[in-house]
Design a protein around this ligand. Structure first.
Ligand code: PMP
Length: 308
C-alpha cells in the first residue's frame, strides 16, 4: 500500500493493554485460521475540537467481524461496547490524537482451540484524501492479475480471514515484479472482482459502476457507504453490475475504495490510460465529499462516527 503506516507502542491483548513488542504468543498458534478487521479513526475537524478521534462506521465493521468469526466457527468473548472500550484504551495508552488504523485480530488459541485470542494492534497513518494532497494524484498503474480472485466455494472472499490474503499477496507480488503499482483481480467467471485490499469502482459516461458481492468481493464497508453517498448526496447514478474486462479498459475513470486505500485513483490498467484527465472529475468529487464525511463535516453522516 502506498500509504505510510507507523506501528504504535501499545496494543490491547486479551483484555489488557500491553507493550506491542511484548504481545507475544506461542509459535504453535494456528494464526492461519484467524480473522481480522481493518478500521480507521479520524480526527474530526468540525464537530470535535477536543483532539479526540472518531471511529468511522464502527457498527458495520464490528458486525462484519462477528460474521467472519461465526462463519469460521469462532465466538468473540466480548460485547461490541467492550471492544470499543478496548480501542479507546489502546488509543489513550498511546496518547494519539492523529488518524489511527485499528486492526482487531482473532484466532483460536493453540492451548484451548474453542477459545480465541483477541489482539488489537494500531498504527498511525496519513490520509491521502486531504485537499491538495499530492499522493492523491500520484500516478498509479495497475494490471489485471493473472491470478483469479478466490471463489466463494473455495475460500469465501466475503469473509475477512487471513487465509484470503495469500491470494492477494500472489497478485501484489506479481504486480510489483512486473513494475505495476497494484493489481485487479477477475473472478473465476472472468468478470472484474476487486483489488488486493480494496473494492473497485469505474466511471463511464458520467455513471459509476461496481461489481456485485457475488463477483468474489469482500463486503466492503467503504463500498456500501459510497453506494449511498454517490447517488443520494452527489446525484451521480450508480449501478452494481458485473463488469467485463474490456468495460474496465474503456472506463473514463476508475478508483479503488476501502478503509486502508480510502479512495485511490487508478491511472492506467495493463498500460491502457483511463480517460483524458487524472484523477478524473467524478473521482475527485467523490473523494472530496468522502473526506468531508470522514472529518465529520457532513451532518447526515455524523452518526457513522463514534467518538473514542
Ligand atoms: N476487499 C478486500 C480484499 C479488502 O481487504 C478490503 C479492505 N478491508 C476491501 C475490499 C475494502 O473493505 P472495507 O471498505 O470494508 O475496508
Amino acid at each position: 500500500m502506498s500509504v505510510a503506516f507507523h506501528g504504535a507502542e501499545f496494543c490491547w491483548m486479551n483484555g489488557e493493554i500491553v507493550e506491542t513488542k511484548n504481545a507475544l504468543v506461542s509459535a504453535m498458534e494456528p494464526i492461519h485460521l484467524g480473522i481480522f478487521e481493518g478500521i480507521k479513526a479520524y480526527v474530526e475537524n468540525d464537530i470535535n475540537s477536543s483532539g479526540r478521534l472518531s471511529v468511522f462506521q464502527w457498527k458495520p465493521h464490528v458486525d462484519r467481524l462477528r460474521r467472519s468469526a461465526r462463519v469460521c466457527g469462532m465466538e468473540i468473548p466480548y460485547t461490541n461496547e467492550e471492544l470499543l472500550e478496548a480501542i479507546r484504551k489502546t488509543i489513550g495508552a498511546n496518547g494519539f490524537s492523529t488518524n489511527v488504523y485499528i486492526q482487531p485480530r482473532i484466532w483460536p488459541r493453540a492451548d484451548a482451540p474453542k477459545e480465541v485470542h483477541v489482539v488489537i494492534p494500531i498504527w498511525t497513518f496519513e490520509t491521502i484524501l486531504g485537499k491538495d494532497n499530492p499522493r492523491f494524484s500520484k500516478d498509479r498503474k495497475f494490471m489485471i492479475s493473472t491470478w483469479r480472485r478466490i471463489a466463494s466455494d473455495a475460500l469465501p472472499p466475503q469473509v475477512k480471514s487471513w487465509s484470503n490474503y495469500g491470494n492477494s499477496a500472489f497478485a501484489m507480488r506479481e504486480a510489483e515484479r512486473l513494475g505495476f503499482d497494484g493489481a485487479i483481480f477477475l473472478d473465476n467467471r472472468g468478470f472484474v472482482s476487486e483489488g488486493t485490499g480494496a473494492c473497485i469502482m469505474s466511471v463511464r459516461n458520467g455513471k459509476v459502476m461496481t461489481p456485485p458481492v457475488t463477483a468474489s468481493i469482500l463486503e466492503s464497508v467503504t463500498r456500501e457507504t459510497l453506494l449511498d453517498i454517490i447517488p443520494e448526496d452527489l446525484g451521480i447514478p450508480v449501478e452494481v453490475k458485473d463488469i467485463a474486462r474490456v468495460e474496465l479498459y474503456a472506463s473514463d475513470e476508475a478508483f479503488l475504495c476501502g478503509t486502508g486505500w480510502e479512495i485511490t485513483p487508478i491511472t492506467s490498467i495493463d498500460g491502457l490510460p483511463l480517460g483524458k484527465e487524472y484523477p478524473g472529475p467524478i473521482t475527485r468529487r467523490i473523494a472530496a465529499y468522502y473526506a468531508d464525511v470522514l472529518a465529520g463535516k457532513v451532518e447526515k453522516y455524523k452518526e457513522c462516527l463514534t467518538l473514542t
